[in-house]
Design a protein. Structure first.
Length: 397
């Protein structure tokens, strides 16, 4: 034996070590930061997930999952379902709606906390990937519930969303297989939204949260980890905010869906406005030399995939050991710019329907990132040089 380890042994060791350190709901990070509310998010996400499942199960007793009756049943729940004169339906629907939004917000804030505190760095790479996956899953929770009220926005937003897989048909070589169209057909259960689509999204919306909860419970049980590690006041404040929002802004449906006439300005929910904005501004790409032609929808889809890959690989892209903000100026600046772009583009996507107007933003977006990379890249390089000098001085001593 020469003592060398194989690639498989290295991968196996890495996986076991990172899995041992995995945090799915901040169950080990939270006790180390008891006074920092940004580390309460994991436990609040777990509580919110449980509330979603319980309240959703109660609402399912009155909901009718058919295209013809869904809107009427949601209207009944919201306006007519009462217990001893108390509008239980309105409150349950509002709690379900706002805890769904809260779950997505908490997942996003937890993702940002990992990024800005550099908690994703070695040896927490697997926790970082888990954070990204859970953020995506929470948006799937929301997206799968879009069509269920069978209102105008939900119907047409689902139509757009289920068109996304067709971008695969524009990939060279793969395009001939029409794999994207096949995935779209499976998702819809047909060529257009129909009763099959409705039942599939209803099943996904109901079953996926339960599966996630069961997986989390299995992990907690076998790893002997506590589920909740936050003060009671955090739960009280969180519950109070949800109830106050529902009291002043109760959940409501838009007009019934009209499959034969799409609205002039289709808007998804708030957490998809950002990606919807880029769908509007991306141009077509034609490269005749390699016979490649991508419509704006395909370009948009590939952009999202590349962005996701870049984010997942952050622990391996930013390989320096520094975690404090003053030693990570470039990455802090890029993260801050990303948050600003998310807010601004979401707002502009909501208020402007003209694609031509939005496309004029492109030079400003590209210029902002070039400026940040140049200015803060030089600053980051200076930090590296200063740290290298300190290391050299310590070594000489």
């Amino acid at each position: 034996m020469n003592g060398r380890t194989t690639v498989w042994q290295n991968i196996s060791f890495w996986w076991k070590d990172r899995f041992r350190r995995l945090d799915i709901f901040d169950e080990t990070l939270e006790p180390k930061h008891k006074k920092n509310p940004f580390y309460y998010m994991g436990s609040l996400m777990y509580i919110t997930l449980v509330i979603q499942i319980l309240v959703g199960s109660i609402l399912a007793t009155q909901y009718i999952p058919t295209i013809d009756s869904a809107y009427k049943s949601v209207t009944f729940i919201t306006e007519s379902w009462k217990w001893f004169g108390f509008p239980i339906g309105m409150w349950l629907r509002g709690i379900h709606r706002y805890t769904a939004d809260a779950l997505i917000i908490l997942a996003m804030l937890r993702f940002l906390r990992f990024y800005f505190t550099a908690d994703y760095k070695k040896p927490n790479e697997l926790s970082w990937i888990n954070t990204i996956i859970f953020a995506i899953i929470t948006t799937v929770f929301g997206f799968s519930g879009y069509v269920l009220p069978m209102d105008q926005r939900g119907y047409w937003a689902t139509t757009i969303g289920t068109t996304m897989p067709t971008a695969i048909d524009y990939v060279p070589f793969l395009g001939n297989l029409k794999l994207g169209s096949f995935i779209q057909f499976i998702a819809r259960g047909g060529t257009v939204l129909n009763q099959n689509t409705f039942l599939r999204f209803y099943a996904l919306h109901y079953i996926l949260p339960i599966l996630v909860w069961l997986a989390a419970e299995a992990y907690f049980y076998f790893k002997r980890k506590r589920r909740l590690n936050l003060p009671a006041i955090a739960v009280v404040v969180f519950s109070f905010l949800v109830l106050v929002l529902n009291y002043f802004i109760p959940a409501a449906s838009e007009a019934p869906a009209t499959p034969e006439s799409p609205p002039a300005h289709i808007l998804p929910d708030w957490y998809f406005l950002f990606v919807y904005y880029f769908l509007k501004i991306f141009p077509k790409i034609n490269i005749s030399a390699i016979h490649l032609s991508l419509d704006s929808f395909a370009v948009w889809t590939f952009f999202l995939v590349l962005l996701l890959v870049f984010i997942v690989l952050m622990p391996w892209i930013e390989r320096n050991p520094y975690k404090t903000a003053r030693k990570r100026p470039l990455w802090i600046a890029l993260g801050a710019l990303g948050v600003i772009v998310f807010i601004v583009t979401s707002y502009r996507s909501a208020i402007i329907s003209d694609n031509v107007v939005l496309q004029k933003d492109t030079p400003y977006l590209i210029g902002a990132y070039i400026l940040v990379i140049l200015v803060f890249g030089l600053w980051q390089r200076k930090v590296y040089k200063n740290e290298a000098k300190k290391g050299t001085m310590v070594h000489k001593k």
